[in-house]
Structure formats: C-alpha cells, structure tokens
Design a protein. Structure first.
Length: 139
C-alpha cells in the first residue's frame, strides 16, 4: 500500500500479474515441456506462435470450452513437435492428425500428411514403384 496513492487498483494488480506471463510460460516449457501445464496454458503457449502480439488466454479458454480438453484440440506430442518446428523455423510440418493439420494451417505453415509425402516422393522418382507400394501398405 502506497501512503500517497492508496492500495493498487484491481486493474493495476491484474496488469502486474500479466507482465512477464509469456516469458514465465516459455521458461517453464524450456524446463519441463508441457508437463505440469494446465490445458489452457499449453494451448495459450502454442497460440503465441500464431498471434505473437495478442493476449491468447481467452482464445485458449474458448477452444477448450468447445473441445473439452487439450487433447481434443491438439495432442501433446504433436504440440511439442510443433513448438520444435517453430523454433527451428521449419517451412512445413508433417502430421496425419486432422485437428493438428487444421491448427498448423492456422499458423500459416505448410502441412503434409504421410500419404502426401509418399506420393510426392514417388512422383519425383525418389521412391521406386515397389518402395511406394510398401510405404502405402504401412500407412
């Protein structure tokens, strides 16, 4: 409490809590991955990449209300791979999960599934017909 100005307002307290929030989440992720994150925190962290200058907490909470949990939005393993791809400035992302494909496309990254990769390699003659057929059997 400041003798001259009185106690801080609710808005001032919320602003103070907000400051450094993104950095704290980044530090936690660097230390533990998504372990110990609440679903909304993990989703909020991923949304930072798509919306670097916006508060993403309310967007994350709305997605969770719609899909019930983080796994309903994007699987944790896919999320960690996506974070790595963004850190490495990858041009594209490989996943067969339809929800993750949609999420990645929102981040304006090129996204491919296994089938597309196999067919692209076959079309460019990086795989023989027999190799292509074997690869397609295992999809």
């Amino acid at each position: 409490m400041d003798a001259k100005n009185g106690p801080p307002s609710l808005q001032e307290r919320e602003q103070k809590d907000y400051e450094g929030h993104r950095q704290r989440l980044k530090k936690r992720f660097a230390e533990t991955g998504f372990q110990g994150f609440q679903d909304y925190e993990a989703l909020e962290f991923l949304l930072y990449f798509a919306l670097p200058r916006r508060d993403t907490k309310h967007i994350a909470r709305n997605l969770l209300r719609r899909f019930n949990n983080f796994i309903g939005v994007i699987h944790t393993g896919e999320a960690e791979a996506l974070v790595l791809a963004r850190r490495k400035k990858a041009d594209w992302f490989l996943t067969d999960d339809s929800t993750t494909r949609l999420f990645v496309s929102l981040l304006e990254m090129e996204v491919h599934g296994s089938l597309g990769v196999v067919l692209w390699n076959a079309a460019h003659r990086h795989l023989s017909r027999a190799e292509t057929e074997r690869a397609l059997i295992f999809l």
